[in-house]
Design a protein around this ligand. Structure first.
Ligand code: DGL
Length: 269
């Protein structure tokens, strides 16, 4: 039976908008709920336990909205909590994972770079993934400390972002890397800056569209797609300051959007 219930999309902050855009592009009639857990952003330096708690807290909110599916549009949260969420909830839950597999197929030099948070790179999930391709290609990982904080700043400092990306891609470029995986959804928001720094010879791989397609496939296979012919509504929520988040989310979404507060967050930590 088609379902007109919303699809929840969660990230620590604005990064998941890069995935939300692709979902909207692919399934314009679906109703979407975006939750930016901004009060707790960035997730990258936090412990697995705290991030997992955040996943459950956020999921509670998404469930209250009777969502039919969840996209955990955050590599760090996926690494920490997606399996536990799947054990607990029956709805389709789609997570993010650095696109090493497609990168390993694409590379001509045999050198692949992965930019991600420390939380993602230190996770067991990532290490398992990396070990599947380690013999096939050289994988250069870089934990991009401070980059999410810069992307989340209300007043963007482009110079600082350029400085950090230059530093974090230096080793990859020096070692002949030609395929760079964006292992954090926030980095997709600055893909133009990253592409310019690494140059036209490097393929930059983002997983947003692949995740949107996987969501569509899951909805189709479970008969959960909407039958609405109208453009789907998108609602934005945050655990942070709504005025600030309105400015930030509107900047990355590309138009002014209202942002409501999500009150649940006091219960955690
Ligand atoms: N956007 C997230 C990711 O994909 C998390 C970034 C953060 O909060 O540190 O990893």
């Amino acid at each position: 039976m088609p379902s007109n219930k919303p699809i929840g999309v969660i990230d620590s902050g604005a990064g998941g908008l890069s995935v939300l855009k692709k979902i909207q592009e692919l399934m314009p009639n679906e109703e979407l709920l975006y939750l930016a857990d901004s009060y707790f952003a960035p997730y990258g330096p936090r412990s697995k336990r705290v991030i997992k708690n955040r996943c459950f807290e956020n999921m509670g909110f998404i469930e209250l909205q009777h969502s039919k599916a969840l996209v955990l549009a955050c590599n760090t949260a996926t690494a920490a909590g997606v399996e536990a969420l799947r054990e607990e909830y029956d709805i389709p839950i789609i997570g993010m994972e650095p696109a090493i597999k497609p990168a390993a197929d694409l590379t001509r030099t045999g050198v692949v770079g992965v930019l991600a948070t420390e939380g993602t790179l230190d996770s067991e999930k990532f290490m398992d993934l990396e070990s599947l391709y380690k013999d096939k290609v050289e994988i250069i990982t870089k934990a991009c400390h401070g980059l999410v904080d810069e992307i989340e700043k209300l007043k963007i400092d482009q110079g600082e972002i350029v400085k950090l990306v230059t530093e974090y891609t230096e080793d990859f470029l020096k070692r002949g890397g030609d395929t760079l995986v964006l292992g954090c959804t926030h980095y997709a928001l600055i893909v133009d800056i990253i592409a310019e720094i690494v140059g036209p010879e490097v393929v930059v791989v983002d997983t947003g569209m692949a995740v949107a397609k996987e969501l569509k496939r899951r909805l189709q296979s479970e008969g959960l797609e909407t039958d609405s012919k109208q453009k789907g509504r998108i609602s934005f929520f945050t655990s942070g300051n709504t005025e600030d988040q309105q400015v930030l989310l509107s900047r990355y979404w590309g138009e002014k959007v209202p942002v409501l507060h999500y009150l649940n967050f006091l219960l955690t930590i």
